[in-house]
Design a binder for this molecule. Structure first.
Ligand code: F6R
Length: 606
């Protein structure tokens, strides 16, 4: 959510920052801007900003716009409409300070009122501009102290990078609740909110902690707390390659990421299966067998698609480990003063590892002494670092705003965790073997589903006229229906509802008519007959039905066939064709698939 990139070195900074912004555009794309030092002690700052995408900014850069130090931003609006004035970087009244800011300043209104009373003129409607003026008004000797003074006055979250005309040899950065990473190069340094902007230049990174600041010079960096005490942050190597951020010959990242799933699933399984004991090894779990046996409940917390994988995870844990388990939106959990039980194992699930609501739920749980594990994709992210242990999902970078491969890999990671817990408890060797065999089949079976893309594309065109879509499933099929409904809404903007099939006749059946088709998730499990009865009810109301099933469904108008696996793993495979359905529906409706309206990746604000 919003992207920051900064550079200090010897190279021409504007093209570098534009390239970085393009890589970060998935985090926000309603306006963008750059500020740079024009050079030397006598030079000042120049800025360029534009509403819209980064390419808009590029086309509007002034002719003379050169320097070797600069900061840039791509925005997802929170305070103030997306327009040129609200675009970052923001400056103080003298024009000597330029800042880019991710996060939200909660007391911005009060601070703004004080500054206005002091005759400060504001140019934008943003909360961030307050910070530029506060830094600009400080008379402290060093830039670091000026930033520190300003930060002391603000309440809220931030990831910032600051330039000052009088301090051309440095960028000052700070983090509280919004990610900031430093990229360490050869006589050049980068600052960013996301490694995506850095990996084509360096894979050596330093991730700032909350409450940490950094002074970044071309050949050196220093980190310290916002109180000024030095911290020792040594660089780590990013495991993701620069190429994994490229489109790789696909028209969209969403398509690329859907197609990558056989390899991604292979990665999450690799090196973890233990055939000898029919279990799996999860190195980072930090939960020994005795502790695992002591778990009385599992509560999974996540948002959006991550929450939906949590629903699948809870079912898998109940089925394989026979531990009562449920999932809840992290965004709700953190506000309801939940009873925190010492025998409950809490699991935070997040692709980015930065989602504010999930992170806040983790922090609340930790404060109350709970044990919290993470199921996370981004290594070293805030949630990965704040949890007591966990499972990485190894999906590789997910650039498309809507989650696909991470959803699938996270569901597989939950299957591994459930198997592990199950084999410590009462899951038999035979059942362990059966699940392992099923897991091993997944990459090939996903590839088989993906090979049916042309058929799914035709179906998407047939159903693209729907005024709304109903998605239903029973038990194992229900989280799949929920996720498929979210996917369709996000990328195609077609209204969709998801219900447990068993709930249809308790109300939503009233919506069924030919213009409101139903997508039914129908695994060949012991609920198939009940599901068929639900299809009868829909047909009796002239509803059209598209089934996702293991066998042709007589009552459905169309059936997408999915290969059989172990019943417990059905949700993993059955979601795949529905990702393609959402994708092709969006394509048929001419949507901007990788950058759906109003959305951005990584929701790092409340
Ligand atoms: C949906 C989607 C979102 C995210 C949610 C949580 O396609 O991508 O619903 O799943 O914002 O994000 P993470 O997993 O990064 O915590």
């Amino acid at each position: 959510m919003c992207g920051i990139v900064g550079y200090i070195g010897k190279r021409d900074v504007a093209p570098l920052l534009l390239e970085g912004l393009q890589r970060l555009e998935y985090r926000g794309y309603d306006s963008a801007g750059i500020a740079l030092h024009t050079g030397g002690k006598t030079g000042g700052l120049k800025t360029a900003k534009a509403k819209g995408r980064v390419r808009e900014l590029e086309s509007r850069l002034p002719k003379r716009f050169a320097g070797t130090v600069g900061i840039a931003h791509t925005r997802w609006a929170t305070h103030g409409a997306p327009n040129d004035l609200n675009a970052h970087p923001h400056q103080d009244a003298t024009g000597k300070v330029a800042i880019v800011h991710n996060g939200i300043i909660d007391n911005a209104t009060a601070l703004r009122a004080k500054l206005v009373a002091d005759n400060v003129e504001f140019i934008s409607d943003t909360d961030s501009e307050v910070l530029a003026h506060l830094i600009g008004r400080s008379t402290a000797e060093t830039l670091e102290e000026r930033v520190r003074e300003a930060l002391r006055l603000i309440e809220g979250t931030y990831g910032i990078a600051v330039l000052h005309a009088d301090f051309p040899d440095r960028i000052v950065a700070a983090r509280n609740g919004s990610p900031v990473v430093l990229g360490i190069g050869e006589k050049e340094m980068f600052v960013s909110s996301d490694v995506a902007a850095l990996v084509s230049h360096t894979r050596q990174v330093v991730t700032l902690d909350d409450g940490e600041m950094a002074t970044v010079k071309a050949d050196d960096y220093r980190t310290y707390t916002t109180e000024g005490s030095r911290t020792s942050a040594s660089p780590t190597t990013v495991e993701w390659e620069a190429e994994s951020y490229d489109m790789g010959g696909h028209d969209t990242y969403m398509h690329k990421e859907i197609c990558e799933q056989p390899d991604a699933v292979d990665r999450v399984l690799r090196g973890r299966i233990d055939d000898r004991f029919s279990t799996v090894h999860l190195g980072g779990l930090n939960l020994d067998a005795r502790e695992a046996r002591g778990v009385r409940r599992v509560k999974i917390l996540g948002c959006g698609s991550a929450y939906h994988t949590g629903l699948i995870g809870a079912q898998l844990i109940e089925e394989l480990a026979r531990i009562p388990a449920d999932a809840e939106p992290a965004s709700e959990f953190r506000y309801r003063n939940a009873v925190v039980d010492p025998d409950t194992l809490y699991i935070a699930v997040s692709q980015s590892g930065e989602t504010y609501d999930t992170l806040a739920a983790v922090q609340e749980l930790k404060r109350k002494g709970a044990r919290v594990l993470g199921v996370v994709n981004v290594v070293g992210s805030a949630i990965a670092r704040e949890t007591d242990g966990g499972v990485y999902v190894h999906a590789g970078p997910e650039v498309c705003v809507v989650s696909t491969k991470c959803f699938t890999n996270t569901a597989v990671a939950f299957a591994l965790l459930a198997l592990h817990l199950g084999r410590i408890r009462d899951l038999s060797v035979a059942d362990g073997k059966r699940i392992i065999a099923g897991l091993r089949k997944l990459p090939e079976q996903i590839a088989e589903v993906l090979s049916g893309e042309e058929e799914i594309k035709k179906l998407a065109a047939l159903y693209a006229d729907a005024k709304s879509m109903m998605f239903i499933g029973r038990v194992r099929g229900y989280p799949v229906a929920r996720e498929a409904s979210l996917k369709l809404k996000e990328v195609s903007y077609v209204h969709a509802e998801a219900y447990p099939a068993s709930e249809l006749k308790h109300g939503p059946l009233a919506l069924i008519e030919p213009e409101v088709p139903t997508v039914a998730v129908l695994p060949d499990d012991d609920l198939l007959e009940k599901n068929r009865a639900t299809l009868e009810e829909i047909k009796a109301r002239s509803g059209r039905i598209l089934a996702v099933a293991h066998q042709e469904q007589e009552k459905a108008d169309h059936t997408i066939l999915v290969p059989r696996n172990e019943v417990e793993l059905d949700p993993i495979l059955m979601g795949i064709p529905l990702q393609l359905l959402a994708y092709h529906s969006a394509l048929a409706l001419g949507r901007d698939i990788d950058k759906p309206r109003n959305l951005a990746k990584s929701v790092t604000v409340e």
